[in-house]
Design a binder for this molecule. Structure first.
Ligand code: ADP
Length: 159
């Protein structure tokens, strides 16, 4: 059985992330969405909130689990017996950083493979940071995030 981990900040989970989760879940027997607790980023949601939002978004995918984690991603991958790390690549913006991380992970854990999925054309422009900015400016997030995320953003940002 091949288990894949899809690690990330997911602050919050978007339809771009979900597209990757769905595609990965059709290939691997089990996919664990790993919500990294303290990335070096300004976070809007706590790790528990990010896990809850991701869980709500994947309820219909029976072979997908969501869990928070801390520390080194490949160590977490080993702990849950994942053989593959899944990441999504958007045109131009992601490649160099992903390549750098992939080489570091390979050095730390040569037995764990990386599989990158090209972002869906529909979601190439979509990032959690951009959508938080857009939302703060009153923009419409239809088709960018699941319903629960849209509600959580409203709760968080509106007085
Ligand atoms: P991280 O902080 O680890 O980059 P993110 O939550 O921003 O975490 O993203 C997690 C993964 O999902 C990364 O591989 C990222 O490139 C990918 N990703 C982010 N947004 C999209 C999108 N719109 N379409 C496809 N993949 C995406």
């Amino acid at each position: 059985m091949t288990t894949a981990i899809y690690p990330g900040s997911f602050d919050p989970i978007t339809n771009g992330h979900l597209d990757i989760v769905k595609r990965a879940s059709s290939i691997f027997e089990k996919v664990v969405v790993g919500v990294y607790d303290l990335p070096m980023k300004n976070l809007m949601f706590s790790v528990d909130e990010r896990v809850d939002l991701a869980r709500m978004a994947v309820t219909d995918l029976k072979n997908v689990e969501v869990t928070g984690y801390s520390g080194i991603t490949v160590e977490f991958a080993r702990k849950i017996k994942a053989q593959v790390i899944v990441r999504g690549l958007r045109a131009t913006s992601d490649f160099e950083r992903e390549f750098e991380m992939a080489l570091m992970n390979k050095k730390l854990a040569p037995d764990i493979e990386l599989m990158c999925f090209m972002a869906n054309l529909r979601y190439q422009f979509l990032s959690s940071s951009l959508l938080k900015e857009l939302f703060q400016l009153g923009g419409n997030l239809d088709d960018m995030v699941p319903e629960a995320v849209s509600k959580a953003l409203k709760k968080k940002l509106l007085p």
